[in-house]
Design a protein around this ligand. Structure first.
Ligand code: HEC
Length: 133
């Protein structure tokens, strides 16, 4: 029992000694802190842009769609209002993004995007369905 309990203490004492800090932790730490603060670059702000949004921005989507405005195609918030964000709808919309089509919003067809991988199209659909909240 006592041996098990002391082992971690012993190891950390060795660690401190190896760092040249002596047995007591005290203020020696100051240097180490400064060095690591200089070496580690400022943490990047957590990205607030979703993958789907980035993908959409990298394609031609925004020439026909705006988040909150109907252009050639429906506003994304209207798409989000029309379909609940279920797996089924995400798959259906991903399919439409890739294959294009018409009839759900009017006569104007949505252009197909055969170069968009299914996984990316799903990310786009997920993002679009998240805009209505
Ligand atoms: C040439 C213009 C055009 C471009 C470019 C375009 N869209 Fe569309 N989009 C439309 C039109 C028009 C509709 C309505 C189709 C309909 O009535 O079924 C539509 C519909 C949609 C819908 C709803 C589909 C449905 O069945 O309700 C989604 C989601 C969508 N577009 C996503 C995208 C994404 C993502 C891109 C980029 C990869 C994109 N669109 C690029 C014109 C466009």
């Amino acid at each position: 029992m006592t041996k098990k309990f002391l082992a971690p203490l012993f190891i950390s004492a060795m660690f401190v000694a190896a760092c040249g800090g002596g047995e007591k932790k005290e203020e020696k730490k100051d240097d180490e802190v400064k060095i690591s603060a200089n070496e580690v670059p400022a943490a990047p702000a957590t990205p607030t842009v979703s993958k789907g949004e980035t993908l959409i921005a990298s394609k031609d989507c925004l020439t026909c769609h705006k988040v909150d405005l109907k252009l050639v195609g429906p506003a994304y918030i209207d798409v989000a209002k029309k379909y609940p964000a279920t797996e089924e709808n995400i798959a259906m919309l991903a399919d439409k993004i890739i294959k294009g089509g018409t009839g759900n919003w009017g006569e104007v067809p949505m252009t197909p995007h055969p170069d968009v991988p299914l996984e990316d199209a799903k990310e786009m659909a997920k993002y679009i369905l998240s805009t209505g909240k």
